[in-house]
Design a protein around this ligand. Sequence first.
Ligand code: DHB
Ligand code: FE
Length: 314
Amino acid sequence: MMNVKTMHTPEVQELLEKVAGFNNSDGNERVKTILHRVMHDVFQIIEDLDITQDELWTAVYYINQLGANGEAALLAPGLGIDKYLDIRSDEADKQAGLYGGTPRTIEGPLYVAGSPKSEGFARMDDGTDTESEVMLLTGQVTDQDGNPIRNAVVDIWHANSMGAYSYFDKSQSEYNLRRRIETDENGRYTARSIIPAGYGCPPEGSTQHLLNQLGRHGNRPAHIHFFISKPGYKHLTTQINLAGDEYTYDDFAFATLEELVIEAQRIEDPAKADALGLEGPFTQVEFDIQLLSTEKSELHVRHSRLRALEGEQA
Ligand code: DHB
Ligand code: FE
């Protein structure tokens, strides 16, 4: 049907308008505008690529399965959507003169709000995961002139030695590997935790199913997520990738940035371990964070999206 061109006909154009509710005065204008455009483009794709019945219904039932698996927000980063929104936000910041500081990178779908809060230091792991090495994660939060920022909230989350996140992985304890640390008077935060393993999409899931069709893997390097905020400063959503992982520069979610690749340091000195109350060698990960000051209070907080337990706890 490659020569079948009907998009330009009044019949199809009128169909699209009715689909989007243009012929009624109810509903939501913004939704109508977006839906009209989306369906127009879907129809256009069907015409241009001569999508078959078989392909179309495969896609429809794929969406059913994706939703049933709860994977829509997992697939999005794999399709570059989160990265694209970052690119747009970076460009908007540039136009507003808000550049510099530690770069943003994607949040991902696995944040859980309301993790335990402490000042200066937190232990993040519950002690049950003995597969991974002890990680000492530490750094300083400063402004663009290098002045320490005290009482900034550093909200950290990462996976366990299996690449799995608490809350989503029900075998882990509540808020395991999730903590909020307020920086001390020197702007410093320190966490004792375990080195996370890289994350892989569920191998039998809908995301991996589509990635397979693209000849792509569904792996992320070992990484640690951060929200850093303090009133008066631009909220920062970022993450660090650990250097030396097979996927450090081959992240299926496109979150890697050169400035956010951290070389972890193995500390063998027993005296240093002893000073921290640790039995043996550990791995130190240092991540300093520079925030940008801004008066715009809407930039002081993270953008809204559906997040686990958000709005349920302080
Ligand atoms: C996905 C998983 C992550 O841990 C992450 O940080 C980003 C994306 C995902 O499954 O899509
Ligand atoms: Fe992650």
